[in-house]
Each structure stands twice: as structure tokens, then as C-alpha cells.
Design a protein around this ligand. Sequence first.
Ligand code: ZN
Ligand code: ZN
Ligand code: ZN
Ligand code: ZN
Length: 218
Amino acid sequence: MAGKSTKGICYFCGKSITKAGAKKHLMTHECTVGDKQACMLVKVESPYLKEYWLYADIPLTSTLKSLDTFLRDIWLECCGHLSAFYWGRYDKIAFSSKISSFSEGDTLSYEYDFGSTTDLKITFMGTYFRKKQRAHANLLARNDAPEYKCALCGKLAQIVCVDCMYEDDNCFYCEECIEKHMDESDHEFTLPVVNSPRMGVCGYEGDGGKYDFKKILY
Ligand SMILES: [Zn+2]
Ligand SMILES: [Zn+2]
Ligand SMILES: [Zn+2]
Ligand SMILES: [Zn+2]
């Protein structure tokens, strides 16, 4: 697949940042005065698809359930599958676990959907103060949407042919060429290109644009 860049955008200031430099950059936006709230800075990434990553904050008084809700909302939810957090690979952690019970440097594994599973790696990056608010989790930064080229014409692709995806890498098509491709092959199952490690899996169609940079202002 194309687009292995780890570049992304800061949701406070719109600057282009890298996954590795994100923490340092985000700390410059920390709330230092007034009514502030202690949070955990959380890095979430796909262990296999390195181009997908995000940073969020979540209050120390919240639980893993809030993190699960946020991850479903931005990256995962297709049809209400089960999910779980683990220490290592198999040691399940209760959804009721408080964020305050974790320490900087702790890493968890996460699975959404035990059939067509999307695996995520979660790293707790340390305490982070934000302006007091009701939200359980804020998106602070995320990877730029990877761009894929149409297998037939080379233009920017909007559609994933799921049948092709299971056969080879050339599964991306533009809106004009997908019709042709489906006529010429016996392929029939398509999904939209979306900025998520669950792209092309089960019935996942994206977050509906809810987390577009233009829609979120801090
Ligand atoms: Zn920034
Ligand atoms: Zn599903
Ligand atoms: Zn095309
Ligand atoms: Zn196909």
C-alpha cells in the first residue's frame, strides 16, 4: 500500500507534526492557568499499519470505557462488535479501570471485533492538563489521511474493492473506474477510503467526517 508517512496535524494549531514529535509539540498547548483538569495523554496506533496514529487526552477520573467509546467513534464502529483491552496479549483489563490506575509508559493492546479484528496499541504518555470541560476524550492530533491511487487510471481513489483487498494490494479505485472494475471482474463488495486502520474491513464506512480538522476548534 502507498502512503507510509507518519505525518499528521495538531488539532490545536493546525501545524504539521510527526508521530515521534507529537508529544513534545502537544505539551506546548498544555493548560497552565485557570480551571484545569488532569488528564492522561494517550497515543493510539495500529501495530501493523504504521501510518495510522492519533493522540488524545482523557481525564484521570474517566475509565477505559470512555477510551473504548472514543476509539469506536473515530476509528472503528461498524456494527457494534465486542472489544477488549489487554496487558500483553491475553490478560484482559476491566472497562471499569480508572485511567488514574495507569502510569506513564504503560502500553496496552486493544481489539475491536473478535472476528475481523482491528488491533490497536495504546501507550500512556503521561499527565496532561487541559481546560476543564465535560468531554471524556479529546482528539489532539492524528495522522494525515493516506492517499491512494486508482488501480486503473492513477487518479485519487475513493473506493476500496474489498474482494481485491483480500487478493493483492491493488484494491483502490476512483468513482469512475470502480463501475468498470466491477463489470470486468466478479467483484461486488466495496467500501469507502477512510482515515482509519479499519478501512475496508466488515462494514466500516468511517466517522462521517465528525473528526475532520475543520470541524474541531479548541
Ligand atoms: Zn499545535
Ligand atoms: Zn462490523
Ligand atoms: Zn480511476
Ligand atoms: Zn476488485
